[in-house]
Design a protein around this ligand. Structure first.
Ligand SMILES: [Zn+2]
Length: 166
């Protein structure tokens, strides 16, 4: 490829590859942890839990919701990849929880210059209620064994602290 848009990142990647030893690294979650959290760039999932490269399975989406795909990831994590603790972590000041569907559609429509009413956005009306639902969805899944610990937390993007809610 000759597209220069990724040059800085690929250059950084060469430095990364030279500095780390990834050979022989397997794909299990070494700390037995899986995290479902938001795509928000203020969240550093490994660092906020004192974890490092290789320790955790991480599934991210807008809002940090337990979607069907998140459940798919968690089932695989639990049965094939050493996961025994699952953290569901939405966060404060999340755009998905502080805007209405109409507001987001308006903003995206203004940026895109076209109607976006066909695009799905998974807005969250009540973040704490959604978190309780999401944790329950994981716990109630027939392929998530009872021995797996599931917790619901809110990450405060201003303090860096997690609050354990569910
Ligand atoms: Zn968010």
């Amino acid at each position: 490829m000759t597209n220069a848009a990724f040059d800085d990142l690929l250059s950084a990647n060469r430095d990364y590859a030279a500095s780390v030893d990834v050979a022989g690294f397997d794909g299990i979650a070494r700390a037995g942890v899986a995290i479902v959290t938001c795509m928000d760039s203020r969240i550093d999932p490994l660092a906020m839990l004192g974890l490092k490269h290789g320790d955790a399975k991480i599934f991210r989406n807008p809002g940090g919701r337990v979607t069907d795909q998140a459940l798919e990831a968690l089932v695989l994590g639990v049965h094939l990849l050493n996961v025994s603790r699952i953290l569901v972590v939405p966060h404060t000041r999340c755009a998905m929880a502080s805007s209405t569907l109409e507001q987001v559609r308006e903003k995206v429509s203004a940026s895109a210059g076209q109607d976006v009413s066909w695009q799905t956005f998974g807005m969250v009306a009540d973040q704490r209620a959604a978190l309780a639902d999401d944790v329950h969805k994981v716990q109630a899944h027939p392929l998530i064994p009872e021995g797996v610990e599931v917790g619901g937390f809110i990450y405060d993007v201003d303090t860096g602290l997690l609050e354990h809610l569910v």
